[in-house]
Design a protein around this ligand. Structure first.
Ligand code: DC
Length: 230
């Protein structure tokens, strides 16, 4: 059977990764969460004093890039891949608000993007891949056979992310999460380097009023049509 590349881009907290993981599992494809890579670099930047409330030492972080080693490792228990930063499992740490607050500022740095895009292109060389992010259909894999641009209202997305954070025991308010979602939307889509925008040949997928099963079925059927197309 022909293998394809599936690029899923869109705004933060649209549920890209949930649906991408499910698609990858059903198709027997590899799933790559590129947001986790930007988050891991951000965690490194915070832990090493390059980024914080007061300071943004962009040049310091760029100089330290060769010291940042990222790896996805399959987790037998959860069935998904965890992000490792310099051999340490940082899967939980990268999902905290501390990282969410800084990540857009790290993701605008050209040198960071160049490095991560190259890693992503290497991972996807064999096809049979579902990758989600902001620039997958436009920059990383402009020739991907299937491109989805996910969207949902900011309130729907903030509500989903708020629930996720509460479930993990983080002390946040809905208002703070909504503000973070809106700020990241703005920065992600207005930055100079690879701004979030729909690829010309991507399908817009608004899931504000759609459950997970319906989303999965629609996208799985769409993928099957592309795979079996001559
Ligand atoms: O998908 P996410 O919310 O985990 O992504 C975290 C941040 O990383 C997001 O605010 C934008 C950035 N990002 C990016 O610029 N390009 C990507 N391909 C993936 C994420």
């Amino acid at each position: 059977m022909k293998k394809i590349t599936i690029a899923i881009d869109g705004y933060s907290s649209t549920g890209k990764s949930t649906i991408a993981k499910r698609l990858a599992k059903a198709l027997g494809y590899v799933y790559v969460d590129t947001g986790a890579m930007y988050r891991a670099v951000t965690l490194y930047a915070i832990e090493n004093g390059f980024f914080g409330k007061e300071n943004n030492d962009i040049l310091g972080l760029i100089a330290a890039l060769p010291n940042i080693h990222l790896k996805f490792k399959h987790n037998e228990k959860t069935g998904i891949s965890d992000m490792y930063l310099n051999k340490v499992n940082v899967e939980n740490q990268i999902r905290t608000m501390k990282v969410s607050r800084q990540v857009s500022k790290v993701a605008i740095i050209k040198e960071v993007r160049d490095e991560l895009v190259q890693m992503q292109q290497n991972m996807g060389r064999e096809k049979g891949m579902v990758m989600d992010g902001r620039d997958i259909g436009t920059i990383v894999f402009p020739n991907a056979e299937m491109k989805i641009f996910m969207t949902a209202s900011p309130e729907t997305r903030a509500q989903r992310r708020y629930k996720e954070l509460l479930d993990k025991g983080e002390k946040v308010t809905y208002a703070e999460v909504l503000k973070n979602v809106e700020e990241r939307d703005y920065i992600d889509s207005h930055r100079e380097e690879s701004p979030l925008k729909k690829a010309d040949d991507a399908i817009v997928f608004d899931n504000s009023d759609m459950g997970l099963d319906e989303q999965f079925e629609r996208l799985f059927n769409y993928a099957q049509r592309i795979i079996t197309r001559k």
